[in-house]
Design a protein around this ligand. Structure first.
Ligand code: AMP
Length: 244
C-alpha cells in the first residue's frame, strides 16, 4: 500500500515509535482470489485491477491495482472497516471514550464490546448470517436491519474502491458469506449499474462450485465468486520461499 493509504492522520511519532499504521488482514485470501480471478479473466496478474471482498465471520475488502494491494479496509487491528459477525467495523472513534464514560466501562471492556458484541450480533442478537436470514424470513425487523446495514457497507466500499482504482476488471466475492450468500451479493450490488456493475440474478442465485461469473455478459465490470483457499496460498508462498 502507498503511505497515503496506510498512514493514519495522527502525530507521526506514533508511526515512528509504535509502528501504528494500517496493516490489513486476510491478505492470504485476497492474494489467492486475485490470482484465481486473473486466471479466470485471462489477464496477467500484474495487469489486473480488482475489488476483492472477503466476507466471512471477519470481513475485509481490498482495492487491487495491477495485482498489488492499493488499499484495504482492516487496519492496525481487524476491528476496522466493514460490519462483521461480532465486530462493529468502522465507527466514529469518539464512540470509544463516549461509551467508556457513559457506561463506566474500562478500555478492555469497550474493546470487547466493539470486537465481540457488535456487528450482526450487536444489531440483532445473531452473529451468523444464516441465522440472520432465517430470522428476517420470519419477519424479525432487527435481523432485516442487520442484513441491510451489512450489505450497505459493502456497497459503499465498492464505490470508494472504484474511485481509488479509477476502473476495475472485476468485483470478487469470497469466504463464507461472499461465496454462498446470494442475498448479500444482490443487495451489495443493487443500484450500481451506473458504475458498470450489472449482476445477473440467475447466475447470482445458481449454486455452482468453483470460480464463476455472476454478472451479465455486457457488464463493464465483471462480478465473480471465487472460493478462497488460504491453506493452498500459504503452501504456495512457502514453496516459493523454500525454493529461493
Ligand atoms: P467464514 O468465516 O469464511 O467461515 O464464514 C462464516 C460466515 O459465512 C458466517 O456468517 C456464515 O453464516 C456464513 N455462511 C456460511 N455458509 C453460508 C451460506 N450457505 N449462506 C449464507 N451464509 C453462509
Amino acid at each position: 500500500m502507498p503511505p497515503k493509504a496506510f498512514l493514519y492522520p495522527v502525530p507521526m511519532d506514533l508511526y515512528e515509535d509504535l509502528k501504528i499504521r494500517k496493516y490489513g488482514f486476510h491478505g492470504t485470501s485476497h492474494k489467492y482470489v486475485t490470482r484465481e480471478a486473473a486466471a479466470y479473466l485471462g489477464k496477467p496478474v500484474d495487469e489486473i485491477d480488482l475489488i476483492t471482498a472477503h466476507l466471512g465471520n471477519g470481513c475485509s475488502m481490498a482495492a487491487v491495482k495491477n495485482g498489488q494491494c492499493a488499499d484495504t479496509t482492516m487496519g492496525l487491528t481487524p476491528l476496522a472497516g466493514l460490519m462483521m459477525g461480532t465486530r462493529s467495523g468502522d465507527v466514529d472513534p469518539a464512540l470509544f471514550p463516549f461509551i467508556a464514560r457513559h457506561k463506566k466501562m474500562s478500555v478492555t471492556e469497550v474493546d470487547n464490546l466493539l470486537n465481540k458484541q457488535s456487528g450482526l450480533l450487536g444489531v440483532c442478537g445473531l452473529g451468523d448470517m444464516r441465522d440472520v436470514h432465517a430470522a428476517r424470513e420470519k419477519g424479525v425487523e432487527k435481523a432485516q436491519l442487520a442484513f441491510e446495514m451489512f450489505a450497505y457497507r459493502v456497497k459503499a466500499q465498492i464505490g470508494a474502491y472504484l474511485a481509488v482504482l479509477g476502473r476495475a476488471d472485476a468485483v470478487v466475492f469470497t469466504a463464507g458469506i461472499g461465496e454462498n450468500d446470494a442475498f448479500v451479493r444482490a443487495e451489495a450490488c443493487a443500484g450500481l449499474e451506473g458504475l458498470g456493475i450489472r449482476l445477473s440474478p440467475e447466475r447470482n442465485e445458481a449454486r455452482e462450485p468453483g470460480v464463476r461469473r455472476i454478472s451479465t455478459d455486457d457488464s463493464p465490470v465483471a462480478v465473480l465468486v471465487v472460493p478462497t483457499d488460504e491453506e493452498l496460498e500459504i503452501a504456495h508462498a512457502t514453496k516459493t520461499l523454500v525454493e529461493k
